[in-house]
Design a binder for this molecule. Structure first.
Ligand code: CAA
Length: 351
């Protein structure tokens, strides 16, 4: 039911409510959440495959579910105390709350540790002030994982993580960004003006926030790899169908073969990173390699299949041009592909 909506969602820039409801009914909102908290209790590999399948149908729907499931929920799974897990995970697993992740700021994107949002102690909790940008699921999320500075240290050691419900007074949605692709996935600013949260909403200890963000992004990058694989596979399948229908020369045959081989290699890298993650092994390097390779593959495959489709592929409303527009953001979000190279090189040289 998701795939037939993809073109219309893209054209109308609308949130795919019915697709998210279908994902909820299928249990996709709680894939990684243990059964005792209402989820499916599956592992990172199952998660990657779910996102890949969804993205093959609709890339916007996939990123909404992906961000909710990984960076929007996993920090609670991995770093929450028992009370936080019992309070939030069943709501997230059942889709009654959509999750979101608020790390980036206007002057702090790739250099995440330079974030400026503050969380000052006040009463029995914290008062948050600052602006977060490029927030996936903005306006639809019921719970934001927000990173803010609690300590005097100006880098990573001063950062803490907070669970901030969307109805918190002082929290508001700012500017909504209009993107070249992923039109069904809302992205925008989250503004915090004296937003108060109780101390019980701090995730982990004071100063532990940056580690929480980095760990969440490690597995988030497996989800983005799944999204990239879905877009790339959809593009290859559509090109193959077109070639069968209208005939094909050796030039297009070679292009199809290269694309199929590249997508399969990206798939194996992603599944390997997910497998390591699911077994509790180190996977930071593999997740970044996977994100780099899968998203570059999706972009190139989207361009190459558009070339095969020709004029028809470039026409507005064609799936080929939509895949090109959708694929681009994947090379940028959850750590640009330059950041992935930083992570990989560090792991190789220092790890
Ligand atoms: N897992 C756990 N902890 C980690 C870690 C990891 N993968 N990577 C780093 N850390 C810890 C380190 O151990 C260190 O802790 P100690 O000081 O206690 O040892 C601390 O974090 C600081 O680490 P670094 O010194 O490596 O930090 P850095 O400032 O050099 O980080 C960087 C550099 C890796 C490039 C990092 O800034 C980064 O990943 N930037 C990209 C941020 C990003 O991906 N943003 C995407 C936002 S979400 C989005 O796109 C949209 C959305 O809605 C989802």
């Amino acid at each position: 039911m998701v795939q037939p909506l993809a073109a219309e969602i893209d054209r109308d820039h609308r949130f795919p409510q019915e697709a998210i409801e279908a994902a909820t009914e299928s249990g996709l909102m709680g894939v990684l959440i243990p059964r005792e908290y209402g989820g499916a209790g599956l592992d990172a590999l199952a998660f990657a495959i779910c996102i890949e399948e969804l993205a093959q149908a609709c890339a916007s729907t996939a990123v909404i579910v992906d961000v909710h499931t990984s960076v929007g929920t996993e920090p609670i799974l991995l770093f929450g105390d028992e009370e936080q897990k019992r309070r939030w995970l069943p709501l997230l697993a059942s889709g009654r709350l959509l999750g979101a992740f608020a790390l980036s700021e206007p002057a702090s994107g790739s250099d995440a540790a330079s974030l400026k949002t503050t969380a000052r102690r006040g009463g029995d909790g914290y008062v948050l002030n600052g602006t977060k940008v490029f927030i996936t699921n903005i306006g639809h999320a019921g719970l934001y994982v927000v990173f803010a500075r609690t300590g005097p240290d100006e880098r990573a050691a001063g950062v803490s993580a907070f669970l901030v419900p969307a109805d918190t007074p002082g929290l508001r949605v700012g500017q909504i960004f209009h993107k070249m692709g992923l039109h069904g996935s809302p992205t925008g600013e989250l503004v915090l003006e004296d937003a108060r949260v109780p101390a019980a909403n701090r995730l982990g200890g004071e100063g532990e926030g940056f580690t929480i963000a980095m760990r969440a992004l490690d597995s988030g990058r497996i989800g983005i790899s799944g999204q990239a694989l879905g877009i790339a596979q959809a593009a290859v399948d559509e090109a193959r169908a077109l070639m069968r229908e209208r005939g094909h020369g050796q030039g297009d045959d070679f292009s199809l073969a290269d694309m199929a081989a590249r997508v399969e290699s990206a798939r194996l890298l992603a599944y390997h990173a997910a497998w390591l993650c699911g077994r509790g092994r180190r996977f930071t390097c593999e997740a970044s390699m996977s994100k780099l390779h899968a998203t570059d593959t999706a972009m190139q495959v989207a361009l190459d299949t558009l070339q095969i489709a020709g004029d028809d592929g470039a026409a507005a409303g064609s799936p080929f041009e939509r895949h090109v527009r959708d694929a681009k953001a994947l090379q940028i979000y959850e750590g640009s592909n330059q950041v992935q190279r930083v992570v990989i090189a560090r792991e190789l040289l220092l790890g």
